[in-house]
Design a protein around this ligand. Sequence first.
Ligand SMILES: *[C@@H]1O[C@H](CO)[C@@H](O)[C@H](O)[C@H]1NC(C)=O
Length: 297
Amino acid sequence: SHGISVCLWLGVLLCPALSQRTGTPATTWTGRLLVVPMDGSHWTGLKAVAEELGHRGHTVVVVMPEVSMRLDSGKHYITKRFPVPYGPELLEELQARNTEALQSTTLSLMERISSRISSFKKFVHYQQATSEGLLLNQELLDFLREQNFDALLTSPAVPTGAILAYNLSLPAVYMLRGLPCGMDSISTACPDPPSYVPRFFTKNSDHMCFSERVLNVLVSMVEPLICKAIYWSFEDVASRFLQRAVSMKEILSTGALWLFRYDFTMEFPRPLMPNMVLIGGLNCAIRSPLSLVSAAE
Ligand SMILES: *[C@@H]1O[C@H](CO)[C@@H](O)[C@H](O)[C@H]1NC(C)=O
């Protein structure tokens, strides 16, 4: 099946990476990988992998919007940009709103909630526009289809890459820290008992007292609603693109491999499916010195 072949495929690619980080590529077989990254901090880990695989002689193509915060070209991969219907000022506004939300302590609770909701709407709108920029770009899709990729690597938090992999019938490799409202467990049918898997944003650990357990169960009961709110706009894009009604669970359930930037020793143990692999803190792979400005402040 897809899962097993991608496991083997990535094994071939990554095992030499673990044993010898530098030097000449150990494999002569080369593959073709399509990368659909998400903007922001998610890019750090994906970029490290794209660079390393490109360096080892594989063909790596990264598709990204023309306007972005962090997405950039690299030495060892090919960059393919697509137009989007917004300019850099939208990203600046989103960032400014984020900073504002973190600093605003003078606002009342209701004001904070309504400002959060309006920011969230703007963010969803921006993600939807980016997703459509890629999925409704016929010329780009035809180009990608012709490339005969072996696999697609993406952050599933914004499911554009997952939707694309589904359409191109490519095995999808997801790299993630986790998904809101237990979407990873739902779509892989992985056991996720609220009795000992702490829910997002509850600040619970896997050792819960009675009241924490009650909170955990209550949050797990409203999670399906939160999921709907977060993913409905993508379900809309996906349904229009694939020309049939499709749920996010259905799209994500086709993922071949889930690479979690997570480790039991740092957090808490939880059940995993056989195609889920813990890879730890890949975000530390690309380092840069602290900027003098922040050091001086
Ligand atoms: C992929 O998308 C096209 C529309 O862009 C659609 O016609 C086709 O059926 C889709 N294929 C799959 C496998 O979903």
